[in-house]
Design a protein around this ligand. Sequence first.
Ligand SMILES: Nc1nc2c(ncn2[C@@H]2O[C@H](COP(=O)(O)OP(=O)(O)OP(=O)(O)O)[C@@H](O)[C@H]2O)c(=O)[nH]1
Ligand SMILES: [Mg+2]
Length: 330
Amino acid sequence: MSPDQLVDELAAGIAAQQRRALARGITLVESSRVADRSRSDALVERLSTHEPRALRIGISGTPGVGKSTFIEAFGMDRIEQGQSLAVLAVDPSSQISGGSILGDKTRMERLARNDAAFIRPSPSGGNLGGVARRTREAITLCEAAGFDSIIIETVGVGQSEVAVEAMVDLFILLLAPGGGDDLQGIKRGVMELADIIVINKADGEMARQAQTTASDYAHALSLMRPKRSWWTPQVVTSSARDASIANVIEQVERFRVLGTDNGEIQRSRSEQAKEWFASELALGWHDLVRSDVELARSIAELERRVTSGERTPSSAAREVLQQLTSRQPT
Ligand SMILES: Nc1nc2c(ncn2[C@@H]2O[C@H](COP(=O)(O)OP(=O)(O)OP(=O)(O)O)[C@@H](O)[C@H]2O)c(=O)[nH]1
Ligand SMILES: [Mg+2]
């Protein structure tokens, strides 16, 4: 099969909502083979739309806080409402721990068996930047395959939340009850990313503690500058065990309706696309320099001179750019 035929076939299959084509398409965008890159770009370009179709939801939280269990409950609820969803599980620790993929499969048992759901673990290869790059494209493919919601699950390790937040419409942070004064060591910067903070496992003995924790966070949030002009971050309690995730669903729906009606979800996507373009350019620049021995050597030499004070940073930078622009295209 010629490369073009492959792209045609996958694009048609994905648009026709075929699982197998979607899975193969995601494998293609995740491929690190140079030869696959242009096909993958062609496929993504073919399938991207400017109009938001699905709601893209990021869900993050520390290991064991209940992300997978929550997503299963959330997903089953959506399915009962006649909707479909895709779950992309990005695990930045997968190389070290062997990943939570097995755990996720068992904890999302009902979802995994349901035809209205599509679950896909994303290996990170230990490179978070790489994950972000490919996960965005996987989202595009899932959206083209017609899912109503796309969930990106990531284990919170600081950096991963930032990467995920930049590719979703709505960011949910799951926290455990308790934690006391230091607010569970959650960095302020991560809290600021959240549209909805869920105090999870609000059941049994932890139910009351969860309420206190929710008040603490609501107070902390009220002192921060809200991320969006049109949405005040919400703090809600939730329990997947008691099947009481209605609080969260209500807020997600409110967000979806508001953000769709006022056009802000669309606007935020345009902004994200612009930033994505900038980061692709920066990454491309890195790749270019790394693969060009002569240029890399010259930069290393200029860096040495800048460090020793023989050259100024700006003139050295200009020299590199001049070298680049004076080249004959190969
Ligand atoms: N009491 C209670 N326990 C819960 C709830 N949700 C999840 N758990 C339990 O918490 C543990 C971790 O749940 P997971 O859903 O696997 O958590 P996770 O955040 O996906 O974990 P990782 O993927 O390993 O980061 C399991 O033993 C669950 O049974 C809840 O709402 N209430
Ligand atoms: Mg999990």
